[in-house]
Design a protein around this ligand. Structure first.
Ligand code: AMP
Ligand code: MG
Length: 418
């Protein structure tokens, strides 16, 4: 008997997946390895930034009161008593009508309270003259103006990107506390599968899902163990899945989750005693996407259809992995775009169309990336986003406003928005 499955909305499926994310703890790592990790501690300013008053320009440090009354007809002369390059400090306070030649980034000398830009001066034998008065504080980059000691700058749960690295370095974090990353397992099921290097044989296709998922994980900086390909054989598949889930934090399988005679994943979940969170999602492609949990481990049963497999990973696996890492922004960012061409097919389920967004003079436009069935592989290679057409709609025409989800962006958003 063919089992009847009840489709659940995508948002509900995402919620169920995320509800089961178990954090994996934290570890200290060197700043060199921190890119792409999730902060497990907030970044709190360890000192003021900048740590001293400094010059934002190359010029002269003066006492502003000495410039009072300066004008084109009444140029005020200053004598230069020394030079301060970045990294040095002045060795004496400045007195009346005295100035230090000062470089960008150098500490403001004692008594000085303004910096005159080089271009605003006319050179003299022992210094320069000024033709305008300066106010106290003019052209000074103040201690603590960027960040004050003790200030919370970046919350735990944030992705460490190159800008975050700059901040960590500023405060001397040679090491930083980050969330541990899960190790993923990948298993491609299907008796029809050949390896990438194999010649095509009758009835066979090359395994494209395995390499694709490895790349999707790599894009997230996640390590994986590859369990290769398994023929559709219940006993053999069960033992590989059992081994794989014991050795990893989550197992991604592709294929075998439909209701065909050789789709064994449902039986495998049952044998293992895994709890199936859902086995039907009201989405296309990938309605058979199944997610199960075994203890604190996930089993992602992605469809074998390449488009569906790709989409299932981005919608469910990626945010789950980020949540295991305590990531506060695990979801793909959403935007709206004008549909680039008619899409008249009905959408009984929410439809995710691999698409390309571009910026035009009329704003952002997104057009399907080509052949658009769930078994498509060519369009996955072209797109940079997913167009989302809600279930129960039909007859979209060029120019209609549609939602798009951005695929591959380094920083996500904190809420599932569809
Ligand atoms: P399944 O999900 O096992 O029913 O497979 C659905 C479709 O995807 C079938 O046409 C399979 O041949 C194809 N397929 C399954 N696994 C892969 C794979 N790893 N790479 C490419 N296509 C696949
Ligand atoms: Mg199959």
């Amino acid at each position: 008997m063919v089992e009847m499955r009840k489709p659940i909305p995508v948002a509900e499926a995402v919620r169920l997946v995320m509800e089961h994310a178990a954090p994996l703890g934290t570890e200290m790592i060197g700043i060199e390895d921190a890119y792409g990790r999730v902060l497990a501690e907030p970044i709190i300013a360890k000192h003021d930034v900048p740590p001293f008053d400094r010059s934002p320009y190359d010029g002269f440090a003066i006492r502003s009161l000495d410039s009072e009354g300066a004008s084109g007809d009444n140029r005020v002369p200053f004598s230069v008593i020394g030079e301060i390059g970045a990294g040095y400090v002045g060795d004496k306070p400045i007195g009346e009508k005295e100035a230090y030649r000062i470089m960008t980034g150098a500490q403001i000398p004692e008594n000085a309270d303004a910096v005159v830009m080089l271009e605003q001066t006319v050179e003299t034998d022992d210094g320069f003259t000024l033709r305008k008065p300066f106010e106290a504080g003019e052209n000074i980059s103040y201690k603590g103006e960027d960040a004050k000691e003790g200030e919370l700058l970046i919350e735990a749960g944030s992705l460490i990107h190159p800008g975050t690295i700059a901040l960590l370095a500023t405060f001397g974090y040679a090491e930083v506390k980050v969330a541990k990353r899960p190790i993923a397992g990948i298993l491609s099921t299907g008796t029809e599968l050949l390896d990438v290097a194999d010649e095509l044989l009758p009835g066979k296709i090359r395994n494209s899902n395995g390499p694709m998922i490895r790349a999707q994980l790599k894009r997230m900086g996640i390590d994986y163990k590859s369990y290769g390909m398994a023929a559709d054989d219940l006993d053999a598949c069960t033992s590989i899945v059992e081994k794989a889930i014991a050795e990893t934090d989550l197992l991604i399988t592709t294929g075998g989750v439909s209701v065909g005679d050789y789709d064994y994943l449902p039986a495998i979940y049952e044998r293992l005693g895994a709890k199936v969170l859902f086995n039907k999602v009201a989405m296309r492609p990938g309605s058979v996407t199944t997610v199960a949990v075994l203890g604190n481990k996930y089993l992602f049963g992605l469809s074998g259809n390449p488009s569906a497999c790709f989409t299932g990973f981005e919608l469910f696996t990626r945010p789950a992995i980020l949540a295991m890492m305590g990531g506060a922004a695990p979801y793909m960012p959403r935007m709206t775009a004008k549909l680039g061409e008619d899409f008249t097919k009905p959408n009984p389920f929410t439809r995710f169309i691999r698409a390309t967004w571009i910026f035009t003079k009329d704003g952002i436009e997104a057009a399907p990336a080509g052949f658009n069935k769930s078994n498509a592989v060519s369009s996955i290679a072209r797109g940079n986003c997913l167009i989302v057409l809600p279930s129960g709609t039909r007859g979209f025409v060029q120019g209609d406003e549609v939602d798009i989800l951005l695929v591959g962006s380094e920083q996500g958003v904190s809420e599932w928005t569809l």
